[in-house]
Unconditional design. Structure first.
Length: 454
């Protein structure tokens, strides 16, 4: 391997090491902050917001006069033109003289002008267009907030899944260690004839099952970490670790607000609700813009111009001065028949308004459904968590008793494996209930306007 490749490998190893050290300190807030800064979809939403700002400026600019400068330079060639030219005297070669003439067949002229135009009245179309673009800009800003909220929710879900999977891996390791210890004791008892070979086989099968469960738990943990890295736009192969929150059990039992309290708070702070209101407002303005097609358009025009011609004996400056002219005019355009375009536009705008109202009602319904589901899931998970804790304590006590009796030869391997399976199931149910309660409770608070932090 070349020195350059070795150096690159060392740098990559160092970078992974630094990333691993840094990632061990990542809390949920760290993940959210990093995602808000690097997520590609969010950056695209922000670009749309910038475009909306430009549209507002363009709409405002329509109120000001347009100004243009024009010039034309023309040359004309007339090979049979006899009315222009010059005469001069030359020698005829024999001591006499003669008169000669030349014709100027090419002429040149130039014109220069400056023109201004401003719309005085067009049924309020320009004013309403500014209002509509401002509303569109606000909707784009709310779209950015919606994308941020979606990112926060996705990261929170993955964060909790990683916490759950991490604990599940530890449970699987403990189960494997216990199964290996039981197998070791069973083999010792088999050697002295205290148990049959079939019981040893059962213990070996339990070890294999525990090993498979551990591999499966580690694979799930790795998959959730990969999804989190993708959401954070991290593309290297370094592992990412998250900080385990303190007092997770206490978080799972945090008191819940009522459904109505949560829904009322969500109505005020959720951007999708405000966005639906603005969409309805924009459709109202669109109807006004469409109706402007029935009104006349009044425009004010002004211009100034001058010209020059090389056939004129006056100087260029003198011609530019005395050929200067100006004009001011007012134009009026009254629509009489436009092939039903205005009427069709009004009808389409009204349909869009009705559609916006229906979308607003759908957004309210969806929000209430989401809040209600989060509340029911959190409430149910809290009750399951309380019950699961008691179940784990009972299953642990029962397993410890049967394990001791197995060591004394009072219980067989089947009974031991049954108790271990019951304990493992109880532990998994406890983890699932705990993290389901934490996730849904935190998401419910998030919908009420609070940050997702734990």
């Amino acid at each position: 391997m070349s020195k350059r490749k070795i150096a690159v490998a060392m740098l990559l190893s160092l970078a992974c090491g630094l990333m691993a050290q840094t990632s061990q300190q990542w809390s949920l807030k760290d993940c959210i902050d990093y995602s808000l800064e690097h997520n590609i979809q969010l950056k695209m939403e922000k670009l749309s917001l910038e475009e909306s700002d430009i549209n507002v400026k363009s709409a405002k600019a329509a109120l000001f006069p347009s100004l243009s400068l024009s010039t034309s330079q023309n040359g004309r060639y007339q090979p049979y033109f006899d009315n222009a030219g010059s005469s001069f005297v030359t020698s005829d070669g024999s001591g006499g003289s003669r008169v000669s003439s030349s014709q100027d067949h090419f002429s040149y002229s130039g014109s220069y002008g400056i023109n201004a135009r401003v719309t005085v009245f067009n049924g309020g179309q320009n004013i309403n267009n500014i209002k509509q673009q401002k509303v569109a800009r606000n909707i784009a800003e709310l779209s950015v907030k919606e994308r941020e909220n979606n990112l926060k929710e996705q990261i929170a879900k993955l964060f909790v899944q990683i916490l759950y999977s991490t604990d599940a891996v530890e449970v699987s390791k403990a189960t494997l260690a216990a199964a290996q210890e039981s197998l070791k004791q069973g083999e010792a008892k088999f050697e002295v004839g205290k148990i049959a070979r079939s019981e040893v086989v059962q213990l070996q099968s339990q070890v294999s099952s525990a090993e498979y469960q551990l591999v499966n738990s580690e694979a799930q943990l790795a998959q959730f970490k990969l999804q989190l890295k993708q959401l954070l736009e991290i593309t290297d192969e370094c592992d990412i670790m998250i900080a385990t929150p303190d007092a997770a059990d206490a978080l799972a039992l945090t008191p819940l607000a009522t459904i109505n309290e949560a829904y009322t708070a969500a109505l005020v702070c959720r951007p999708e609700i405000e966005s639906s209101k603005l969409s309805t407002e924009s459709s109202d303005i669109a109807v006004k813009i469409a109706r402007a097609g029935y009104y006349p358009t009044i425009s004010l025009n002004a211009g100034a111009g001058t010209s020059n011609n090389d056939g004129n004996e006056e100087s260029f400056g003198h011609q530019m001065k005395y050929n200067l002219n100006g004009s001011v005019g007012l134009s009026l355009s009254i629509p009489i028949y436009d092939n039903r375009n205005t009427k069709s536009n009004i009808q389409k705008a009204k349909i869009q308004k009705t559609n916006s109202l229906l979308q607003g009602q759908s957004a309210l319904k969806e929000l209430y459904s989401t809040v209600e589901t989060l509340w029911l899931d959190a409430n149910s998970a809290q009750k399951k968590f309380i019950s699961a804790r008691s179940n784990v304590e009972s299953a642990q006590a029962s397993y410890d008793l049967v394990s001791e009796q197995f060591n004394l030869g009072l219980k067989n391997a089947t009974e031991l494996l049954t108790e271990r399976s019951n304990l493992l199931q109880a532990q998994q149910e406890l983890l699932q209930a705990k993290y389901t309660a934490i996730l849904n409770m935190q998401l419910l608070k998030f919908y009420m306007g609070e940050d997702i932090l734990f």
